[in-house]
Design a binder for this molecule. Sequence first.
Ligand SMILES: C[S@@+](CC[C@H](N)C(=O)[O-])C[C@H]1O[C@@H](n2cnc3c(N)ncnc32)[C@H](O)[C@@H]1O
Length: 224
Amino acid sequence: MANPQTRAGQYLLDENILAWAQEVHVSDPTVSGQALQRAFQSPSQHNIPPIQIGPLEAGLLRWLVASAGAKTVVEIGTLAGYSAIAMAQSLPEHGSLWTLELDPAHAAIARDNLEAAKLPCATEVLVGPATDSLASLAKQGPFDVVFVDADKESYPAYGRWAAQNLAPGGLLIADNVFLFGQLLDSSPVAQAMREFHQQVTEHFHTACIPTPDGLLVGRRRKNS
Ligand SMILES: C[S@@+](CC[C@H](N)C(=O)[O-])C[C@H]1O[C@@H](n2cnc3c(N)ncnc32)[C@H](O)[C@@H]1O
């Protein structure tokens, strides 16, 4: 049951509730959980920006990839490999995850974390501007899941690529679709993010989940 506050998008969440929910739904003492934890802590330890998704969102990604029965995932924006590991943990042994990263230092940290995670599936970190990596990756498609979490001004290009390279029924997931609260600004990046929202509705059945900064999920239309 919603109330006027939650309906208006106001959060009843506080740090203690968040910590409790993470403990119940995400905490995992096994090797998989430790690998995820290691990747989560990596940015602070390596002095790179701690801009990875939160643990509850990682749980949601893992759940979405598993529910889709995905075998192939393309991630745009690797950082230290936290979300990549979360998604790869839901892939089968013969599955593959490609994750795309501009910064070679981030990619090196992610490769270490992915290796330490001892994942059952194949994983590859592709270094360079995502638009270049996507162009060469296309021949390996169609893919089951595309997760977008990199430079926000390029979201329309990433959305177009996803529409062309996801299998019918495949999942597009994008983080930060409220653009840190600036979605309705007049800046070029805000215009690009609004264009992304509108454009994906043409090719995907979409839902916009009000996570702290918005998570868009879309299932590729069969006839698009
Ligand atoms: C928000 S972080 C990704 C976080 C990661 N998905 C996670 O939750 O663990 C965004 C990453 O995208 C990378 N990036 C930014 N622009 C990019 C581009 N044009 N191509 C590829 N990667 C890019 C950044 O270097 C950064 O590591």
